[in-house]
Design a protein around this ligand. Structure first.
Ligand code: F3S
Length: 396
């Protein structure tokens, strides 16, 4: 891989050991994937934040780094709401370690916004054609597919290295040739609400790592595209998809239709609604919405569904701190029911979920991950049914 004289100097250690290590990792990745050079990035989103998944080894690694990030950088969800962790039932020991991780990232110049929906943040916009180094799989999918920006599915360490250097290796989804659809998926029914999450769950299994092109009868809006992509990234490893007439590259480019085609029917979608993921012998004892983190429109929808209702069980609504702080009235309306609007974290990466047994979710990603990562069974349903099944919601 070609390196500029300045990149060579960083590689030789002239700018200190942290940058040298970061450059070595970027070059190693570039060599593996046959990149020709490094390219500048506009921003980085860094996974590997929850103490639940990082442990002491991860904390030690981050704490040993110095230097400052070269581009706007934020974090993936942590293991707790950084302010309301006690209400989540998180232990003081965990909270202490989690704060140390956040502090270590912050000292590298990374903004303490812990979210998988960086594209909702006012100061963190990405636009068509931007090169990024994002690492949370649903954010990667959204950036590539819905925005038309370009990012590989970075690991936490490689996104951090890219942030420190301000560049990433030019391979994978940064290149035109890897953005061409490889599988055509026709959807043989109208879809609404959580149907897109279920469709993503089914399509991800079929697509694996390939780039699907969808032909749909209904027209998904941005939150439905978010749900579709998040589910495909979890049940498969899809980092980019197109929807005919909807997503930007499908609208701007004349793709040849992929040779391989498949159709998804209503009966397949209904089957997922009827199937509990994991060991679901118990009734739902909780519900969670906001995987990926809720947009303001989704908070509005939850608030409307909970109007005049009371929930008996744990009902958690996850969003970014910025979205919550910009919409205090919505938070207030939701919390009047007894549900909690939590920030900086989610049901999958927080240890708070581990004490539950069966969660109702409207997310294909949570449906796929809760059994494995939290040993919690999951039922998938639309928001209203989640509140009924998991929250025991009833009129005030
Ligand atoms: Fe985001 Fe957590 Fe879901 S990181 S996509 S809310 S599993």
């Amino acid at each position: 891989m070609y390196l500029t004289p300045e990149e060579e100097r960083i590689m030789s250690g002239e700018s200190g050991p942290t940058l040298q290590k970061a450059m070595e990792i970027l070059v190693a990745l570039g060599d593996i994937y046959e990149a020709d050079r490094l390219i500048p990035i506009k921003s980085a989103q860094i996974a590997g934040v929850s103490y639940k998944t990082m442990g002491d080894a991860g904390l030690e690694w981050i704490s040993d780094l110095d230097g400052k990030v070269q581009v706007p950088s934020i974090l993936n969800p942590a293991g707790m709401d950084l302010e309301r962790w006690q209400e989540m039932g998180v232990s003081a020991e965990f909270a202490q370690k989690q704060q140390e991780i956040i502090q270590a990232y912050s000292s590298l110049g990374i903004e303490v916004q812990c979210t998988c929906t960086p594209y909702y943040l006012q100061s963190f916009s990405a636009t068509y054609g931007d090169h990024l180094a994002w690492s949370e799989s649903s954010a990667v999918s959204y950036a590539n597919s819905v925005i038309g920006a370009r990012t590989n599915r970075e690991g936490g360490p490689s996104a951090l290295c890219a942030a420190l250097v301000g560049k990433t290796a030019n391979y994978g989804y940064h290149l035109d040739e890897n953005r061409i659809p490889e599988l055509m998926i026709s959807v043989d029914c109208e879809l609404d609400a959580s149907d897109y999450a279920v469709l993503g769950y089914i399509a991800g299994k079929a697509a694996g790592k390939r780039v699907p092109l969808f032909r749909m009868r209904s027209t998904p809006h941005r939150d439905q595209l978010k749900a579709l992509g998040a589910a495909m990234a979890a049940s498969g490893a899809v980092a980019l998809y197109h929807v005919e007439g909807v997503t930007p590259e499908s609208c701007r480019k004349d793709f040849e239709l992929p040779a391989e085609q498949l159709t998804i029917e209503r009966t397949q979608i209904d089957e997922v609604y009827e199937t509990v993921s994991g060991d679901g012998i118990t009734e739902c004892d909780s519900a969670a919405v906001g995987c990926p983190h809720c947009s303001p429109e989704e908070l509005e929808e939850v608030a409307a569904k909970l109007e005049g209702k009371v929930v008996d069980n744990n009902v958690w609504i996850f969003t970014s701190r910025e979205v919550a702080e910009f919409n205090p009235r919505l938070v207030e309306r939701i919390e009047k029911s007894g549900a909690k609007v939590l920030c900086d974290t989610c049901m999958v990466v927080s240890p708070a979920t581990d004490k539950l047994s069966h969660m109702a979710v409207n997310s294909g990603k949570a449906y796929a991950y809760l059994p494995g990562m939290c040993k919690v069974a999951a039922t998938i349903a639309n928001i209203e049914k989640c509140m009924e099944k998991g929250g025991g919601s009833h009129s005030d």
